[in-house]
Design a protein around this ligand. Structure first.
Ligand SMILES: [Zn+2]
Length: 295
């Protein structure tokens, strides 16, 4: 009996599964501490050391559409990772024709690159301003053989990264450790929250997709983050493994104003009472928490 209980416990732990997805790559903007090449190399080195396959969602802006940017993206494919489409210009989706055009331009940007995958990540996770625009884009994706690479674990990495860079600009020798500690805890909390929601929604472990960014913060701490996730029972799988979860076959009927796939599904099924906490509001809370932590 005791053995049986232990076995069940271990299986439950092993079934906490997620994939890592990196938006806004390759970011070639100048930052303190590491050059654009060093940041790209550091991200790939962390993934390689931890034997994790991931996906980078590319834009043409911020240096993606330059020879150096293409080399940086190519390095992801050559290392066995996937390269997906995040539109060319990282537009806010307000108008279908313009947005669709930018999606197709994003496809042209990555088509010849190793690791090319027809997975699309909506900028700001906004699937469309109206039902009509949303359905038009769903059709455009299907016609191009693409699928929506949903996010189930949003994180605040971009915000913590922004604060870290701002601190380093003013104080080049500032200590990094408090940022690392804050970051790991923040991501683990987000992952726990999403796991609970997935269990509530599907009655089983969902294969999650975590949203991170191609940024200095991750160049510095990605390996620590992966180790912390593993230590907390998460198994990291490749993007296609995660997106094979049938939960991603479900489509939401409402326009995703709160931008979280699982939350939208849960709300539609009446599993989440009260109003949705939009990402903007969640970010405001995180900003306050960062300020209170002196970061
Ligand atoms: Zn983005």
């Amino acid at each position: 009996m005791r053995t049986f209980i232990l076995a069940c416990f271990c299986t439950a732990l092993g079934a906490q599964t997620l994939t890592l997805t990196f938006d806004d790559g390759p970011n070639r903007v100048k930052t303190p501490r590491l050059s654009p090449e060093e940041r790209n190399t550091a991200l790939l080195a962390a993934l390689q050391k931890e034997k994790v396959q991931a996906i980078v969602f590319a834009n043409g802006i911020d240096g993606g559409d330059t020879p150096e940017g293409r080399t940086a993206l190519g390095a992801w494919g050559q290392a066995g990772h996937l390269v997906g489409n995040h539109t060319y210009s990282h537009l806010r989706f307000t108008d279908l024709a313009t947005f669709r055009q930018d999606f197709l331009r994003g496809d042209s940007l990555i088509k010849g690159i190793p690791g090319y995958a027809r997975l699309f990540r909506f900028p700001y996770l906004k699937e469309g301003p109206t039902l009509e625009a949303r359905d038009g884009m769903r059709k455009a994706l299907a016609e191009a053989g693409y699928r929506n690479a949903h996010v189930t674990i949003p994180t605040f990495d971009w915000l913590i990264d922004e604060r870290l860079r701002s601190r380093l600009k003013g104080h080049p020798l500032a200590e990094l450790e408090p940022y690392r500690v804050y970051y790991l805890e923040s991501v683990l909390n987000q992952a726990d929250h999403a796991r609970d929601l997935g269990l509530k929604l599907a009655g089983r472990e969902v294969r999650h997709a975590m949203l991170l960014h191609h940024c200095l913060l991750n160049a510095l701490f990605l390996r620590d983050l992966i180790q912390a996730l593993k230590a907390n029972g998460w198994t990291l799988v490749g993007p296609l493994d995660a997106y094979a979860d049938p939960i991603y076959e479900q489509t939401t009927t409402r326009v995703e104003t709160d931008a979280n796939f699982l939350e939208t599904l849960a709300r539609e099924k009446g599993l989440l009472p009260g109003r949705a906490v939009g990402l903007d509001e969640a970010y405001e809370r995180e900003k306050t928490a960062l300020r209170e932590a002196g970061l």
